[in-house]
Design a protein around this ligand. Structure first.
Ligand SMILES: Cc1cc2nc3c(=O)[nH]c(=O)nc-3n(C[C@H](O)[C@H](O)[C@H](O)COP(=O)(O)OP(=O)(O)OC[C@H]3O[C@@H](n4cnc5c(N)ncnc54)[C@H](O)[C@@H]3O)c2cc1C
Length: 434
């Protein structure tokens, strides 16, 4: 018997465990993988190269979490001023591009500004999808050349197929003066919504979870097989069974729902409609550190293989040996809109080819290490089917008293700190019911 069964050992699972510990309740965490950390897991390769499961930095504004995470690593972290740029048709543009147009083709700049002014002056009707929102916020030329292109690359579907309820502070909405200033002069002020971030000096991002891991009961290699909500019993693929008083899950909803015994057809169908991207991460170590002076870079061109680049050696110098640089390239797919059409390993060569094409790798660079990671749930796609389907799924879990949390339990576009808090909240809700 576990008082509370927590499914998943990512940020949300540890958030739940933290809340349970504070409440003096015993919780046991289960994970299908042989390691803990979920998306925030980090891996050491050849004893000298550290890569996270996709690039992760901490930009939480919650002082409580800043403190908790910092204590986990004995306050041994890097503090970095965020440098973000964009690659667009041979041009390197500081992010956000709309306030850094200087140096882009003249006709493009003129049309971006003309359309931006026109969009500001126009009366827009009801805005119901992301494409309409982009056109109204930025003007047609910018919308079509930048965010609408990036949407196809990153979210694997077109902007007109996306809703608005995920945008938050992610897209900077510029004033005309900022657009003009950025077009006329080379450097603009920093307006990215992440101005600074922290990253553990040693051990990769997962080090933030160490303190929580050490004080939790964890069972790895436990893949959820079925939940019997009446008997309050969970069965795992390895044959183990546990009874529970309460349950909190961060398992992705499309995987969780079919495991619940007696789930009605309409709930199964709703869960199957929830769309998410998957990502192949290509990890490379190169024999020089001066690859690119940005923590991450957005790539807009459809003919470049990857969507986003990041540089783990700039997050912490201990992620690679001295004199080396490292790159993570993210290549996005989704079962619903752009199925993965090759093995993850087959993403390595086109990535290297296009890193050379855009000038980050040189022909004479030595690639000291190359590998791939495949993440089957990356970013929730806020397509137009999501809201209605999610309401059915969450309503059903609420009825059964099954707590859900995290990026793939809330089915939301949330960050590590929000996932942790989501786990805390789900545990609190379940505690009230037992
Ligand atoms: C490429 C990428 C980059 C990101 N970068 C950042 C960043 O820089 N900063 C930031 O704050 N956030 C970032 N995020 C978001 C961040 O990763 C998530 O918000 C957070 O890690 C989600 O935690 P979670 O616990 O909800 O989910 P997960 O970390 O996915 O945890 C779920 C756990 O459940 C386990 N599980 C799944 N299915 C089963 C099953 N059937 N049985 C048992 N266990 C199961 C999984 O193995 C996993 O351990 C990024 C996300 C991605 C995809």
């Amino acid at each position: 018997m576990s008082e509370i069964c927590v499914l998943g050992t990512g940020m949300a699972g540890y958030g739940a465990a933290h809340k349970l510990r504070e409440a003096g309740t015993r919780g046991i965490l289960f994970d299908k993988k042989p390691h803990y950390g979920g998306h925030t897991a980090s891996f050491g390769f050849e004893g000298k190269y550290t890569f996270d499961e996709g690039p992760h930095v901490s930009f939480t504004k919650h002082e409580r979490l800043q403190k908790l995470f910092a204590e986990s690593i004995d306050n041994n972290y890097e503090v970095l001023h965020t440098k973000v740029n964009n690659y667009w048709k041979g041009h390197w543009v500081k992010h956000p591009a709309q306030v850094n147009l200087h140096g882009l083709p003249t006709d493009l700049v003129i049309n971006v500004i003309k359309d931006f002014v026109a969009a500001q002056q126009k009366q827009h009707g009801e805005i119901v999808n992301y494409e309409q929102w982009l056109r109204a916020s930025f003007g047609d030329t910018f919308a079509e050349n930048f965010p609408m292109q990036y949407t196809i690359k990153y979210h694997t579907t077109e902007a007109k197929n996306k809703s608005l309820d995920w945008i938050g502070p992610r897209l900077y909405q510029a004033k005309l003066e900022e657009v003009l200033r950025g077009a006329l002069q080379p450097a603009s002020v920093d307006v990215h919504y992440i101005s600074n971030f922290r990253y553990p000096s040693h051990g990769g991002f997962v080090a933030y979870l160490k303190r929580f891991m050490d004080s939790s009961e964890v069972r790895l290699d436990h893949k959820l097989k079925s939940i019997d909500p009446k008997a309050k019993e969970v069965t795992f693929a390895n044959g183990n069974k546990v009874s529970y008083k309460g349950i909190v899950s961060s398992v992705p909803l499309p995987d969780l729902i079919p495991t619940i015994q007696g789930t009605p057809k309409e709930v199964l169908e709703a869960a199957a409609k929830l769309a998410c991207t998957e990502v192949v991460i290509v990890n490379l170590v190169v024999n020089r550190p001066d690859l690119i002076d940005a923590h991450w870079t957005y790539i807009y061109d459809q003919d470049i293989f990857f969507t986003r680049l990041s540089t783990p050696h700039l997050q912490s110098p201990h992620n690679v040996p001295p004199g080396c640089g490292s790159i993570q390239a993210e290549c996005y797919y989704s079962k619903k809109y752009r199925p993965l059409d090759r093995t993850p390993k087959d993403c390595i060569e086109p990535t290297i080819r296009d890193l050379k094409k855009i000038g980050i790798l040189r022909e004479d660079d030595q690639i000291l290490f190359r590998d791939v990671m495949h993440i089957d749930y990356a970013n929730v796609i806020f397509d137009l089917e999501r809201a209605a389907a999610l309401k059915i799924v969450h309503g059903y879990l609420d009825e059964l008293g099954i707590g859900y949390c995290g990026r793939y339990g809330d089915w939301a576009y949330i960050w590590t700190d929000e996932s942790f808090i989501s786990g805390e909240n789900a545990a609190e809700k379940v505690l009230k019911k037992i």
